[in-house]
Design a protein around this ligand. Structure first.
Ligand code: ATP
Ligand code: MG
Length: 200
């Protein structure tokens, strides 16, 4: 019998960005809020969540994604601003915003390829790094105050050179992701200005 894999496509922040996010998070975590924080190594920007997929379909999905990304160049992705879904007043998911127009193009190409594979078209998408999940509203006013204080903070830039297809293993302390495939963005890119993006 075939296995089902819980899958998603994502791009990953560089180590500098993971560190910047984790240190800012520390100031928020010092508040009394009841939040499960994302482990630094698990931070990612989801392009598309596939849900449970029959394992024998993975190769076809990877092939379709590879065609969708063909010719795409590496690009800079900026992490800026902190917020919460659905709102800061009723926070469930705490996030840092992601600014990267090429990422939207990639996500749209991927979505079209996945629709051809039989997946439903995805709805509106706001690229973000999930930094924490609110477990209860205990202490949430103070957490919100600290999030608002970080407001539009710029966390820096990552140079994105590949997209990953991950399998998620759900676990009580936070899911663990296993890389199933990596898609290099092999087109020509312009790396200028990225060093600047690392400055805080
Ligand atoms: P955990 O569920 O343990 O808190 P997680 O949400 O990161 O961790 P998954 O639920 O496997 O782990 O999700 C993997 C990725 O897909 C995450 O970025 C998550 O936000 C996203 N995701 C999960 N479910 C959906 C969904 N229904 N629609 C869109 N994105 C989703
Ligand atoms: Mg989840």
């Amino acid at each position: 019998m075939s296995e089902r894999y819980r899958c998603f496509f994502a791009v990953d922040p560089c180590d500098d960005l993971r560190r910047a996010v984790t240190s800012a998070r520390g100031t928020v975590a010092a508040a009394a809020g009841d939040v499960r924080w994302t482990r630094p190594e698990s931070l990612h920007v989801t392009l598309e969540f596939l849900g449970d997929v029959q394992s024998e379909r993975i190769d076809a999905i990877a092939a379709a994604a590879s065609v969708a990304f063909d010719g795409s160049a590496p690009f800079a992705m900026r992490a800026r601003g902190i917020g919460a879904f659905p709102t800061l007043r009723r926070p469930r998911v705490l996030w840092i915003g992601i600014e990267a127009p090429p990422l939207k193009t990639l996500a749209a190409a991927l979505d079209a390829a996945l629709v051809r594979c039989g997946f439903p078209a995805s709805g509106p998408w706001r690229p973000h790094l999930t930094i924490g999940r609110v477990r209860s509203l205990r202490g949430s006013a103070e957490t919100r105050g600290r999030l608002e204080a970080l407001g539009e903070r710029d966390f820096g830039t990552t140079w994105v050179e590949s997209v990953q297809l991950y399998r998620s293993h759900l676990q009580p302390g936070g899911s663990v992701y296993e890389e199933l495939a990596r898609f290099p963005l092999a087109g020509g890119g312009d790396k200028e200005g990225v060093a600047d993006g690392h400055r805080q």
